[in-house]
Design a protein. Structure first.
Length: 319
């Protein structure tokens, strides 16, 4: 069955819904089993799932530069994302860290424009700045950004916020490397195999705190494995065969879903300013979406006016 570009894009757009759960799931695993132990079990189960779903890619088809850059960024994302959440002090800080990580859609579009030949209108920059401003509102807790207060807030746990930023950079780079160099291969199984090795090494070498086995932790490990495995595979498939710019814009809605899930699952207390900041990020998504369309709303409006004028002139000439 041949899948069209639009169908591949739709499949890729399901991933942000699942990713909305990822922050709460990783945080819960860190609290119940520990970062190393919890994610070692999570990725082991997910590896079996994605292997059955996607199989093993043609390793010879992918160039060496993709193994170094693409897979390197994928592993970097897993490590920095997991530890940024695991090191957060509480549910609220977990969501702040998660919001920094959600800069990756903006960075994905930026990298696509700069390095992958993606065309965009000039106002894509406005959307990107809005997204960044929304993150600043989340961190400062004020619409009129207090940079001193924000910096003081970040200094309370700098490693966690720093890792979250690198997770965003790594994932945006991975998306574009996959688009450019993966040669149509889906490396999801290979990535999860490497993640499994790394997190099991962290667990077995006792490089991170671990907790006794418990039912809640095991259930969350199984559930998160299925969710994260599906999300990873569908995103990679969409990146290769769909429209990356549309997928990136749709992913802007992930923060909203993530906040809802966090309120329900990890007891995150989110302020009015926090929600305003998230809404600003979503607003930026619509501007970026318009800027990456072949015919934006502004252009369509201008074309319609030109068409009306031509029709009017033709009628006058006939008279």
């Amino acid at each position: 069955m041949k899948i069209s570009t639009n169908q591949a894009t739709m499949i890729g757009c399901i991933s942000p819904i699942f990713w909305g759960l990822s922050v709460s799931l990783v945080r819960t695993l860190s609290e119940t089993l520990g970062v190393g132990k919890g994610l070692a079990i999570n990725y082991l189960i997910a590896l079996v799932f994605v292997f059955l779903l996607f199989g093993i890619p043609n390793l010879k088809a992918m160039p060496l530069k993709y193994y170094i850059c693409g897979l390197g960024c994928a592993i970097g994302t897993s490590m920095t994302f997991a530890f940024s959440l695991g090191l957060a002090k509480d549910g609220t800080q977990t969501m702040e860290v998660g919001m920094i990580n959600y800069l990756w859609p903006t960075l994905t579009i930026l990298f696509a424009v700069l390095f992958n030949g993606q065309k965009a209108k000039w106002w894509v920059g406005i959307g990107m700045l809005l997204a960044i401003y929304g993150i600043f509102v989340v961190l400062s807790g004020n619409l009129l950004i207090d940079f001193k207060a924000m910096w003081s807030h970040i200094k309370s746990n700098p490693i966690s916020y720093f890792l979250a930023l690198w997770a965003a950079i790594f994932w945006a780079a991975y998306s574009n490397f996959t688009r450019a160099w993966a040669k149509g291969q889906n490396p999801t199984t290979l990535i999860f195999a490497l993640d499994t090795i790394f997190f099991n090494a962290i667990w077995l070498l006792d490089l991170a705190p671990s907790y006794p086995w418990n039912t809640k932790g095991v259930l969350f490990a199984v559930g998160s494995a299925l969710i994260m495995g599906s999300a990873y595979g569908m995103w990679t498939f969409g990146v290769q065969k769909g429209r990356i710019e549309i997928m990136s814009i749709m992913s802007y809605f992930t923060p909203v879903l993530s906040c809802i899930f966090a309120s329900l699952l990890i007891g995150a207390k989110l302020t009015h300013e926090f929600w305003v900041g998230v809404s600003i990020v979503v607003l930026g998504s619509f501007i970026c979406w318009a800027a990456t369309r072949k015919n934006s709303f502004i252009e369509l409006g201008s074309q319609k006016k030109i068409h009306v004028r031509r029709v009017f002139l033709r009628r006058r000439i006939k008279k």
